[in-house]
Design a protein around this ligand. Structure first.
Ligand code: CUK
Ligand code: CUA
Length: 644
C-alpha cells in the first residue's frame, strides 16, 4: 500500500505534514478500499476528480440538453451538475415560461405563429474574441424548429430566441465566428425556403440547403436579424460547420450529406433504398467567404427576399468567388478547424480515415481558379487530393475532433469502435486509443476548438448507458465520461449519468473567465437587463383597477408578500408586478397562486410579472415557493375571486 498512499498524498496535498497525516489514515484507507473493492488506480482516479466541500472546479461545461431543449452546466473535474438553463422549453423552478417576462422570451421562438414548447438542442457555442472564449455569451441551436437562442453568462438566462425564417430544420449551428461577428446556422434537411407546398418531385428545383449568418452584437449580446443573411446552397443536407480563424479568418466550412439528392422516391409498401443516401463515394465540404458575402448582401441587387429575409443566391455567391465545394468522406459529422486556422479536420462515419484539409492548399486552388468541375448548381469543385494535407486511419466511425495544448495533438471520437483516439494531425500518426462507453458522439476538450486549447481533459459524450448505472427502466440515462489527457496515454477517470436528453455537444471554459453577477440592480427585468416597468419599492405597493384589468404592484421581503390580500372579480385580467427587495445573494423568493398555472422565481433585486385571467371563483392562497427564512411558510396571502 505504501507507494500508492504516498502518491495519493503528494497528489492531494504535497506536503510532508499531509504525508504524515495520510499515513496515519493508512489503516482507514485500506479498510475503505477493501470494503468497496477499489484498486489503487481507482483511488487515484477518485482523488483526481474529488472536490472537498467548498472547493470549486477548474472548468465549467455547457452541455446540450438534447431533447429537453435545455442547457446543462457542470464542473470539471468534479462532474457536479450546477444548473439546468431553460432555453426552448418551460422550466418550472425558474418559472421560465410561467411568468409573463420569460414567456415573452419563449414566445419569440414561435414558428409561423405557432407556440412551440419543445426543442432539440444540439450545439452550444461560447462567444469568442480573437478566437478565444471571453465568457460573455452562449448560443445554442434547436434542430427541430430551426432556431438559435442566446444566453447571457452574467446570469445564465436565455435572453433571445430567433427562429430561422427560411429553414425547416438545422444542424450546423451554433458556431461563433472568431470575434463573435456572426453566429453560423447551417440548415439540415433540404426544404423549400418559402412556406408553400412544393411537390417532392420538384426537389432539385425548389428545395434548398443553406447557411444563415446571424449578425451578432457582442456588446449587448443579441442577434440582429435585420443585418443577417443566408447563403443559398444546393439541396444537399447541410451539416456541422465551423468558422475559420487565423489563417482562414473570414471563411466558413459546412459539411453535407445526401449529395445524391435522394428523396425516398418509393411507393408505399416498397422497401426504402438503403443505399440512396450513400451511393456516392464522397459528399461535399462547402467552403464560403462569409466576410465577402456580408458585403455582397448589403447591395439589394444581390439578394432575393424570402419571408422578409435576404438570401444570396448561389450564382451570386459563385460570381463573387465566395462559394466552393470540395469532396469529403461520406456522411461526415464534424469539420473542426485547428487553433491556427490552417487545417480543417473532417471525419465521416462511413470512412475509417480522418481527412486533414489544408487551407493553404484550398486557397491556392481558389486563387488560381483551378477547379475540377462544377456541381449541378454551377458551384466550382476543388480537387480533394490537392486540398488535403493528408489522411490518418483512425478506426471505425470517426465523428468529431478536439484540439489540445500540445501542437498537432488531437482527439477524435470513434462512434462504431466506441473509442477516443489520440493522434497527431500533422504527421498523421495514431498515438493512443481509449475505450469509452458505447455510442460516443461528440467529445469536449477544454476550450478544445478555440485558438487557445487547454488540454487537461476530454469528455466523451455517450448516449444511453445500458449497463453503467442502476437500471431505471427502458429509457436509460446518458453518460458523460471524463478522460485525463495530461499523461502520455489517456486515462478514463469517471462516469457521470445525465438524466436529460442526448448529450450531443458540450463546450468547456476555464471557470476564471466567467463573471456572473450575484444579484440584480433593484427592479431589473432580467430578460431585458433594463429597469422593469413594474418596479416597486417599499411603500409603493398598491392595487389599481382599470375596468376589468387589475394591476398589482407587490414587493417581496422576508417574510411578507405585500399586499397580503387581493380581491378581484371573476373574469378580471390580473397583472401582478413583483419585486424582490432583498440584497442578500441567496434570498430568492418564489411565487405562485394555485389553480392558475403560474410560477415565478424572483432573484434578489429582480422584478417580474405574471398575468392571468381570474376565470374561476373562489379563494386562492398564494405563497412564496422558496424556503427563504424561518418564517417562509408565513410568507403568503389570499386572492379572493368573487362573482360580481
Ligand atoms: S451531433 Cu447532432 S446528431 Cu454528432 Cu453534432 Cu448528435
Ligand atoms: Cu420567501 Cu419563502
Amino acid at each position: 500500500m505504501k507507494p500508492v498512499l504516498s502518491k495519493i498524498s503528494s497528489l492531494l496535498l504535497g506536503t510532508t505534514l499531509a504525508v504524515t497525516a495520510i499515513h496515519a489514515a493508512d489503516g482507514e484507507l485500506s479498510k475503505v478500499m477493501k470494503e468497496r473493492g477499489l484498486s489503487e488506480i481507482d483511488v487515484i482516479r477518485a482523488a483526481k476528480t474529488y472536490n472537498p466541500t467548498g472547493v470549486k472546479d477548474k472548468y465549467v461545461v455547457f452541455s446540450s440538453g438534447g431533447q429537453s431543449g435545455q442547457v446543462i452546466v457542470y464542473g470539471v473535474p468534479s462532474m457536479r451538475i450546477l444548473k439546468y438553463i431553460a432555453v426552448f422549453t418551460p422550466e418550472p423552478w425558474q418559472g421560465y415560461g410561467y411568468d409573463k417576462d420569460s414567456l415573452a422570451i419563449l414566445r419569440q421562438g414561435n414558428v409561423r405563429g405557432k407556440e412551440i414548447n419543445w426543442g432539440d438542442t444540439h450545439h452550444p457555442a461560447l462567444s469568442e474574441i480573437d478566437g478565444k472564449y471571453d465568457g460573455k455569451w452562449l448560443a445554442i441551436n434547436d434542430k427541430a424548429n430551426p432556431r438559435i437562442a442566446v444566453l447571457d453568462l452574467e446570469d445564465f438566462e436565455t435572453k433571445q430566441i430567433v427562429p430561422n425564417p427560411v429553414f425547416k430544420s438545422n444542424h450546423g449551428g451554433a458556431f461563433f465566428t472568431p470575434n463573435s461577428e456572426y453566429i453560423i446556422e447551417a440548415s439540415q434537411y433540404a426544404a423549400p425556403y418559402d412556406n408553400n407546398y412544393h411537390s417532392i418531385d420538384d426537389y432539385k428545383e425548389s428545395y434548398r440547403g443553406g447557411v444563415t449568418m446571424w449578425k451578432f452584437d457582442h456588446k449587448i449580446g443579441r442577434i440582429k436579424p435585420k443585418d443577417s443573411y443566408t447563403i443559398e446552397m444546393p439541396p444537399y443536407h447541410q451539416d456541422l460547420s465551423d468558422a475559420g480563424k487565423g489563417a482562414s479568418y473570414g471563411w466558413g466550412f459546412t459539411n453535407s450529406f445526401n449529395t445524391e439528392m435522394y428523396t425516398g422516391g418509393i411507393e408505399i409498401g416498397n422497401p426504402p433504398n438503403e443505399a440512396g443516401m450513400s451511393r456516392n463515394d464522397t459528399d461535399f465540404l462547402h467552403v464560403y467567404n462569409w466576410k465577402k458575402l456580408a458585403e455582397v448582401a448589403k447591395d439589394p441587387k444581390n439578394v432575393k427576399i424570402v419571408n422578409g429575409h435576404p438570401i444570396i443566391p448561389m450564382e451570386v455567391a459563385v460570381k463573387n468567388n465566395a462559394l466552393f465545394l470540395i469532396p469529403e468522406p461520406k456522411s461526415p459529422h464534424g469539420v473542426d478547424v485547428s487553433p491556427d486556422g490552417k487545417y480543417m479536420i473532417v471525419c465521416g462515419k462511413l470512412d475509417t480515415h480522418a481527412s486533414v484539409y489544408s487551407f493553404e492548399k484550398i486557397k491556392k486552388q481558389i486563387d488560381n481558379k483551378e477547379f475540377i468541375g462544377k456541381d449541378p448548381y454551377g458551384i466550382p469543385i476543388l480537387d480533394m487530393k490537392k486540398s488535403l494535407h493528408g489522411q490518418a486511419e483512425l478506426g471505425l466511425g470517426p465523428l468529431h475532433t478536439q484540439y489540445s495544448n500540445v501542437d498537432g495533438e488531437v482527439y477524435t471520437s470513434l462512434y462504431v469502435d466506441s473509442q477516443v483516439v489520440k493522434w497527431n494531425y500533422k504527421d498523421l500518426k495514431v498515438l493512443d486509443k481509449e475505450n469509452v462507453h458505447y455510442n460516443i458522439g461528440h467529445l469536449a476538450g477544454m476550450e478544445g476548438k478555440t485558438s487557445d486549447p487547454q488540454g487537461d481533459y476530454i469528455i466523451a459524450l455517450n448516449k444511453l448507458a445500458i449497463d453503467r448505472f442502476q437500471n431505471v427502466g427502458p429509457l436509460h440515462p446518458q453518460n458523460h465520461q471524463l478522460i485525463d489527457i495530461s499523461g502520455k496515454t489517456m486515462d478514463l477517470l469517471v462516469d457521470m449519468p445525465l438524466p436529460l436528453g442526448e448529450p450531443h455537444q458540450a463546450v468547456a471554459i476555464r471557470a476564471e473567465k466567467l463573471h456572473p453577477h450575484v444579484r440584480y440592480k433593484m427592479g431589473t427585468n432580467s430578460k431585458t437587463g433594463k429597469q422593469h416597468i413594474g418596479k416597486t419599492l417599499a411603500g409603493q405597493e398598491r392595487i389599481e383597477r382599470d375596468g376589468n384589468h387589475v394591476t398589482i404592484y407587490a414587493t417581496f421581503v422576508r417574510s411578507h408578500i405585500n399586499p397580503e390580500r387581493i380581491t378581484v372579480n371573476k373574469g378580471d385580467l390580473v397583472t401582478m408586478h413583483m419585486t424582490n427587495l432583498e440584497r442578500a445573494q441567496d434570498e430568492t423568493h418564489g411565487f405562485t397562486i394555485g389553480g392558475f398555472d403560474q410560477h415565478a422565481s424572483l432573484e434578489p433585486g429582480e422584478t417580474t410579472t405574471m398575468e392571468f385571467v381570474a376565470d374561476i371563483e373562489g379563494v386562492f392562497p398564494y405563497y412564496c415557493t422558496e424556503f427563504c427564512s424561518a418564517l417562509h411558510l408565513e410568507m403568503m396571502g389570499y386572492m379572493m375571486v368573487k362573482d360580481p
